[in-house]
Design a protein around this ligand. Structure first.
Ligand code: SAM
Length: 290
């Protein structure tokens, strides 16, 4: 920027501030700040302005982020019995305290699972991938007291913390954790005496997602739902993004290939892309037809 333009912008800035100097908050027009913060000498008083609030961003025509929308929707939609239950916040605190990866679903996604479980009147649920029981707790809260939820986890530390969280949330039905490699557990798991599962949530290691799907669908009733998390992976599931392929992406491609071959005989499926406070991802949702 030329020195003439800098001097001119400074004068404009001074005259904008002058009438408001006596008030406690000084509001400086953004059009004036923008050219000045790039000049080569210190303007610390200006560059330390706090970040805009979402409302200010909107007023300035800056697009809200998925994170801001998540937080808006959460403030409007989280239910006192589900996402607003304080034991969920405690669960998240434990994740941080114990240095566990923050790979649980979001509160709105948890409430979405609760909604699906309730909408089909599910009584028995199978979950693959417990972590600290965050999603498990949402699902349990959507079940009738006489319902049942089995959750599969390989990591002993995760399962111990999950158990603590379940006790603290006083859940009914109380989730049963099956510790061990999920595929092995699935092969020996007994179908509940009351009947087949109504709902399955697959959210463990994604390289084995096809195996988990094939093994668990045998235990699902006709009309039951399977939801698979992280099924979009920032679009990397499509083969043209070959160079960014990972074992997780490969796992999903195998599942999508299987579904293509099945041609709608076994399940009716849909992929729902989501943007959330976390990333661009999505759910694969299926209902069993036979
Ligand atoms: C994404 S986290 C589950 C998050 C959880 N569903 C939630 O939203 O709160 C995946 C979990 O699967 C577990 N896991 C990974 N490989 C597994 C395997 N082979 N068998 C069982 N669990 C496994 C991990 O230890 C981790 O706790």
């Amino acid at each position: 920027m030329s020195s003439n333009r800098i001097l001119q912008a400074s004068a404009e800035l001074r005259s904008a501030i002058q009438p408001t100097l006596r008030s406690s908050t000084i509001r400086i027009p953004k059009t004036l700040i923008t050219p000045l913060i790039h000049r080569p000498f210190s303007v610390s008083a200006i560059s330390r302005q706090p970040a805009n609030s979402p409302a200010e961003d909107l007023a300035a025509n800056i697009k809200p982020t998925p994170e801001q929308v998540d937080s808006y929707l959460s403030s409007k939609l989280l239910h006192p019995d589900y996402g607003k239950d304080p034991t969920f916040a405690k669960n998240l605190e434990r994740i941080k305290e114990h240095d566990i990866p923050q790979i649980q679903i979001t509160p709105l996604q948890g409430q979405f699972l609760s909604l699906l479980v309730r909408s089909i009147g599910a009584e028995r649920v199978l979950e693959i991938g417990t972590l600290t029981g965050y999603s498990t707790s949402y699902i349990s809260k959507a079940l009738p007291y006489h319902g049942r939820i089995d959750t599969l986890e390989i990591n002993e530390k995760h399962s111990k913390i999950a158990q603590e969280n379940f006790l603290e949330s006083d859940l009914f039905p109380f989730p049963k954790i099956h510790l061990g490699p999920a595929l092995k557990t699935l092969k020996t798991l007994k179908i509940p005496e009351e009947g087949l599962y109504d709902f399955i949530f697959i959210d463990a290691n994604k390289d084995q997602v096809l195996d988990y799907f094939l093994e668990s669908i045998k235990m699902l009733r006709k009309g039951g739902l399977i939801v698979v998390d992280n099924a979009i992976r920032e679009g990397k599931i499509i083969p043209s993004s070959e160079q960014s392929s990972t074992i997780e992406v490969e796992g999903f491609r195998k599942l999508y290939d299987w579904l293509e071959q099945d041609n709608g005989k076994t399940v009716l499926a849909s992929g729902i892309q989501t943007v959330s406070s976390k990333s661009w991802d999505g759910f694969l949702i299926m209902t069993k037809l036979v």
